[in-house]
Structure formats: structure tokens, C-alpha cells
Design a protein around this ligand. Structure first.
Ligand SMILES: Nc1ncnc2c1ncn2[C@@H]1O[C@H](COP(=O)(O)OP(=O)(O)OP(=O)(O)O)[C@@H](O)[C@H]1O
Ligand SMILES: [Mg+2]
Length: 337
């Protein structure tokens, strides 16, 4: 592995494998992360939480190795956890405790002295928006307040890296926005590295600069979000009436790339002539074009597109993202409704 101090990597893993009995949760994960805000995206069971637990040294990896801030994840978990704030996905709070005691307690657990932990507990609870509620029992808290308390526990020791496992889980719109805003401030104003996991691109997009997509224990995409958006080809979307498959054949015979979703087709823009080629194809195929416009996928579409098409035929990131090519290559071609 390369020297972290010279490469400025905060987290580096090398062929990380985690098996739960015969089940492979992480299948050779190699990842190099620079400081910043990184979103870890993947469907249920992808391996996001397992990855976090491995780099925190909370669970033993089956094989492979890794470093966090230069410390070995296999042997130096204690040091790593003293430098990282971890907001787990599960409910880690004691309903009988008042918020300020819970947060102070989590500071003491990682070795802070009680006076400093108490001072910081008040500070971080204010930071996460719970100043007024800090003397209330956690058992009386809403989901949003509980998530905020978990975040306060993770921030108590002013960690260099904050790991949040699905921080917006179960939150209503207002609580979600507050949580994302707090995380964004932690990165932007606090200059901290934040790793956050989730299922939806929208949340990740609001906080992060780059994303890592995990699927079935493997990394399928690791990109800056602005580059990911540029990866998508410009397409014209049309809705047609009558003979859409005939029209698809006609478009393809002109060398155009067509993705069809029933009566809706998306055609890759090859040149200034693409629109007139579409119209000529419609006339030739005797098809009515009812609607035509530029298709602008948002990142959520891109993510869903990738995840939808991740199947047996997708083995590596390069199967999804073809370097030097303008678009995301979706194996299997056509998308069906
Ligand atoms: N303690 C465990 N024992 C056995 N299998 C486990 C254990 N923890 C996780 N797994 C399995 O490992 C795989 C990865 O799980 P993990 O919790 O890391 O996924 P995840 O991406 O965090 O999913 P989610 O979005 O549901 O939180 C899943 O198939 C899961 O069932
Ligand atoms: Mg999880």
C-alpha cells in the first residue's frame, strides 16, 4: 500500500473481503479516499454498513487490509475509533438517559475526561439543533431528534472523519433537510471528511462531492458527482403513437442509438442532424410523434439506471463506465418499462 501521508488519502482499503459464514458481504473491496464528502450508495444488503464496520475495526475482516488516517484497520481499531465519529444505522441510544448524559457518556467511552465531555456535549447538542431538548429523556424524542442525538454522539470528540450510516433514515422532510444541512456544514465549515451512506442519490448529492456505489459487496462506480453528470449522453426523448418498434428499427438503420420504454424512446444525439433524422424516421414509419424534447436525467435516474442494469453480466466498473466514451454503457442495451 502507498504511504498515506504522501498521497493524502484518509482511507485506503486493499482487497477487503468479509464473509459472514458462507455469505460474502464484501468481495475484494479496494478503495482510496481523499479528504472531502463521500457518499456511499447502494441497495439493501450491498455491504455499506459492513464496509464501515471493517474500516472502524469493529469487525474482523476475512482477508485484505486497510488503513484509516494511516492506522491499520486490523490492529489499530481503538486509535481509529478515537479519531473517527461513527453514527451507526441502528438505534444506539438509551431511552432512559437525558440527551446531554447520553452524549457525554459516548465521549467518556472513547477516553475523554468527564469535564471536557460535559462541556462538549452541550456544544454539540446545540450544533445538531437540540439545545432546548438537551435535558429531555431520549425515550420522548422523535426519530429526527434521535438521529440528531446520534450525530451529536459521533461529533463529541471533534473527529477528523465522520462516518454516518444512513443518517436520513426515517426522517420527515424537515428533519431530513436539517440533518443534511448539518452534515454539509460539518464538511464545508468544519473541513471534516464525511462518509455518508444511503439508498437515494438525492440525499448524497446534497452533501457529497463524490460517490462510491457498492453492489453485492463490490464497488461498481467511484466518481466525482460532477463528472458523473457529465458522463451521460445528451438524448432526445420522444413519445410516439403507432408502430414504435417499426420506428425503432428505422432509427437504428440510420445508425442511431435508441433506448425504448414502450411508446417513449430516447435517442442519443449524434450531431445537429439527429432531430431531422428522427422526424424522417417518423414519416417513413407512419408514426405520430406526440412529444419531443431534450431528456435530462438527474443523478437519481443515473443511479437507478445503473442499479437496475447491474446483473450477472456486470463484473467490473469498466463494464458500466467506459473510459474515453461519453456515456454510461449499460450492458444489455435496451431499457424496458
Ligand atoms: N452479522 C451478520 N451476519 C450475517 N450476515 C450479515 C451480517 N451483517 C450483514 N450481513 C449480510 O451481509 C450483507 C451486507 O450487509 P450490510 O448490512 O453491510 O448491507 P448494507 O448495504 O448496509 O444494507 P442496508 O442498506 O440494508 O443497511 C447482507 O447480505 C447482509 O444480510
Ligand atoms: Mg446498512
Amino acid at each position: 500500500m502507498s504511504d498515506i501521508s504522501s498521497t493524502k488519502l484518509v482511507i485506503e482499503t486493499n482487497n477487503l473481503v468479509k464473509m459472514y459464514g458462507p455469505h460474502i458481504a464484501l468481495e475484494g473491496l479496494s478503495l482510496s479516499l481523499e479528504p472531502g464528502a463521500i457518499g456511499i450508495l447502494g441497495p439493501n444488503g450491498a455491504g455499506k454498513s459492513t464496509f464501515f464496520k471493517c474500516i472502524l475495526g469493529l469487525i474482523k475482516t476475512t482477508s485484505g487490509d486497510g488503513k484509516v488516517l494511516g492506522y491499520d484497520i486490523r490492529t489499530q481499531g481503538d486509535i481509529i475509533r478515537s479519531k473517527i465519529g461513527y453514527m451507526p444505522e441502528y438505534d444506539s441510544l438509551d431511552p432512559e438517559l437525558i440527551a446531554v448524559d447520553q452524549v457525554r457518556y459516548s465521549g467518556e467511552l472513547i477516553g475523554m475526561n468527564p469535564a471536557e465531555a460535559t462541556r462538549r456535549a452541550h456544544e454539540v447538542l446545540e450544533y445538531v439543533g437540540l439545545k432546548e431538548q438537551r435535558y429531555r429523556k431520549i425515550g420522548t424524542f422523535s426519530s429526527g431528534m434521535k438521529q440528531a442525538t446520534k450525530l451529536a454522539c459521533a461529533l463529541i470528540h471533534d473527529p477528523e472523519i465522520l462516518i454516518c450510516d444512513e443518517p436520513t433514515n426515517g426522517l420527515d422532510q424537515r428533519a431530513r433537510e436539517f440533518m443534511l444541512n448539518t452534515l454539509r456544514n460539518t464538511v464545508k465549515d468544519g473541513g471534516r471528511t464525511v462518509l455518508m451512506s444511503g439508498h437515494v442519490m438525492d440525499d448524497i448529492q446534497e452533501v457529497c462531492d463524490s460517490i462510491v456505489m457498492i453492489h453485492k459487496g463490490k464497488i461498481v462506480v467511484h466518481r466525482r458527482i460532477d463528472e458523473l453528470a457529465k458522463q451521460v449522453d445528451e438524448e432526445i426523448e420522444i413519445s410516439v403513437w403507432g408502430g414504435s418498434s417499426k420506428m425503432q428499427d428505422s432509427l437504428e438503420s440510420r445508425g442511431l442509438n435508441v433506448r425504448r420504454l414502450g411508446r417513449v424512446m430516447r435517442i442519443k444525439v449524434e450531431s445537429d442532424d439527429t432531430i431531422s433524422a428522427i422526424l424522417q424516421s417518423a414519416v417513413e414509419s407512419d408514426v405520430q410523434v406526440r412529444r419531443m424534447g431534450v431528456y435530462e436525467p438527474d443523478l437519481e435516474d443515473i443511479f437507478l439506471l445503473i442499479m437496475e442494469k447491474l446483473g450477472a453480466e456486470v463484473k467490473t466498473t469498466s463494464d458500466l463506465m467506459t473510459p474515453g466514451h461519453t456515456g454510461i454503457t449499460i450492458p444489455g442495451g435496451e431499457i424496458h418499462e
